[in-house]
Design a protein around this ligand. Structure first.
Ligand SMILES: [Zn+2]
Ligand SMILES: [Zn+2]
Ligand SMILES: [Zn+2]
Ligand SMILES: [Zn+2]
Length: 137
């Protein structure tokens, strides 16, 4: 006899207060209402999946077929953003063959900037890493 699997959030594993995603019909925390506007907190599974994945973008824009094979999605983003959105931790399923890209580099010191995680600014000269710009006090 097959055990009924208790549904749990595919991102964080919680088993309470779940809903299904519109885009991929996966269990996820129904936690958008806990999000504090302008806090920039990334603690909502539902919001992260909706805003930071190709899966949700593809669905919201009524593309056809599977997001991981969608040519339209590829043209909508920089390659780096495309790869980030397709492989970050807010995905239930990640791109199996993410395209290669030239990493973003600071135009001052040439350090590689991870656009998802690092602070940076963009000026007319290009990207500038956190070490090279003075953060506002
Ligand atoms: Zn969750
Ligand atoms: Zn999805
Ligand atoms: Zn698409
Ligand atoms: Zn720099």
């Amino acid at each position: 006899m097959a055990k009924t699997k208790k549904p749990k959030c595919g991102l964080c594993g919680k088993t309470e207060n779940l809903t299904k995603t519109d885009c991929c019909n996966e269990w996820i925390c129904d936690d958008e209402d806990q999000y504090v506007v302008f806090s920039y907190a990334r603690n909502s599974c539902h919001r992260n999946h909706r805003r930071l994945t190709l899966c949700a973008f593809h669905h919201d824009n009524d593309h056809d077929g599977d997001w991981s094979e969608c040519e339209e999605c590829k043209t909508e983003f920089d390659v780096e953003d495309y790869v980030n959105y397709g492989t970050n931790e807010y995905n239930f399923r990640k791109l199996s063959n993410p395209p290669a890209y030239e990493p973003t580099r600071c135009h001052m010191c040439n350090a590689i900037i991870n656009r998802m995680a690092d602070g940076y600014t963009v000026s007319k000269d290009g990207f500038c890493c956190r070490n090279c710009y003075a953060p506002p006090c």
